[in-house]
Ligand binder design. Structure first.
Ligand SMILES: NC(=O)c1ccc[n+]([C@@H]2O[C@H](COP(=O)([O-])OP(=O)(O)OC[C@H]3O[C@@H](n4cnc5c(N)ncnc54)[C@H](OP(=O)(O)O)[C@@H]3O)[C@@H](O)[C@H]2O)c1
Length: 311
């Protein structure tokens, strides 16, 4: 990985699991990193632990993806502090949530967190930074928080990295399951996770298509199956089945693919594509992932849903 001095990054869900390990490596390479987290106590504990390990300090950014007003506040808070964002790791996510749980805005908890919340956050920073103007000034002037230093590696391409999953291969989108109702109850919690991870791939593609001409690079990533707390809300049966089905890699290995996508030069040539372990460009997880008809429909749906929070 290159030295990241002068680059500002956000890792959503940076207080635990893959997110925390991602932050650790970014700090080791001198990036300025914000941890987007809903639980300040957990985030501060992670910041302290990472400071002891790396000698560098991450910053806390309050962010609850299951509450769109909070997402907006979080983006505003970030924008009041920084002039640029070089890489956004849309990493936070949940799975196996009880079906009785919905977000504060009434979406399925999994789809609402992994897709709707992440999309609003992504939309807000893009809109606010007006990528067209903002992608380039770093080469001309040092970033404000690193007086005298300048990134030697920033390649004029802000990036968004969408954490998807092996689950993205399994289910098509079922539009009437995103909010509560009989279809969602029938589909079940595994299906909404699978759909959310396919939606991450679709949105990465759509972002690249819509903002690539403004130099944005947007990639989706399957990090592999990794030892984290992601199954914390799963039933004992689900935990047992997944332990039989998968080999779980340590987080140090699990972050390789998203770090490759977020920091290395090569993926810039693959804007909008799907990256799989350990840092390889793959065919799309499903044909509909790159289908513009479906991509446009999802984009339009999200725009309409989140309009009150993104204006
Ligand atoms: N682990 C795997 O095998 C695997 C495989 C494929 C894909 N992934 C993807 O990788 C990403 C990271 O997962 P992980 O395995 O590292 O899981 P994890 O250890 O459970 O970490 C998930 C992170 O997301 C945060 N989060 C959850 N809901 C949130 C909300 N409403 N607002 C803000 N933050 C929220 C969590 O915060 P709290 O600590 O407050 O809960 C935590 O920091 C997810 O998108 C997941 O789908 C993981």
């Amino acid at each position: 990985m290159p030295d990241l001095t002068g680059q500002v990054m956000i890792v959503t869900g940076g207080n635990a699991g893959l997110g925390k390990e991602t932050v650790r490596v970014l700090l080791e390479h001198n990036a300025k990193v914000y941890i987007g987290a809903r639980d300040e106590k957990k985030a501060r504990a992670a910041i302290e632990e990472l400071r002891e390990q790396t000698g560098n300090e991450a910053f806390f950014l309050e962010l609850n993806l299951a509450n769109l007003a909070s997402v907006r506040k979080s983006a505003e808070e970030f924008l009041s502090k920084e002039k640029e964002l070089h890489v956004l790791f849309n990493n936070a996510g949940v799975t196996c949530m009880p079906l009785d749980w919905v977000t504060d805005d009434g979406y399925d908890m999994t789809f609402g967190t992994n897709v709707v919340g992440e999309s609003v956050f992504d939309c807000l920073w893009r809109t606010a930074f007006n990528l067209r103007c903002r992608a380039f000034p770093l080469h001309k002037a040092p970033a404000p928080h690193y007086p005298g230093k300048q990134s030697t590696t920033h390649d004029k391409h802000p990036r968004v990295i969408w954490l998807s999953s092996l689950a993205a291969y399994i289910s098509p989108l079922c539009w009437d399951t995103f909010k509560d109702g009989p279809a969602r109850r029938k589909a079940g919690t595994h299906s909404t996770y699978q759909q959310s991870k396919l939606a991450n791939v679709i949105l990465a593609r759509q972002c690249a298509k819509r903002f690539g001409h403004q130099s944005l690079v947007s990639l989706s990533v399957n990090p592999g199956t990794v030892q984290t707390d992601i199954m914390k809300h799963a039933t004992d049966k689900d935990k047992k089945v997944s332990s039989l089905l998968y080999n779980f890699w340590p987080v140090e290995t699990g972050v390789l693919t998203s770090l490759w996508a977020g920091t290395m030069p090569e993926p810039i040539k693959h804007n909008g594509e799907f990256v799989v372990p350990w840092g390889r460009i793959s065919d799309p997880c499903r044909p509909e992932a790159y289908d513009d008809k479906i991509g446009n429909r999802l984009w339009d749906w999200l725009e309409l849903e989140v309009e009150p929070f993104t204006k």
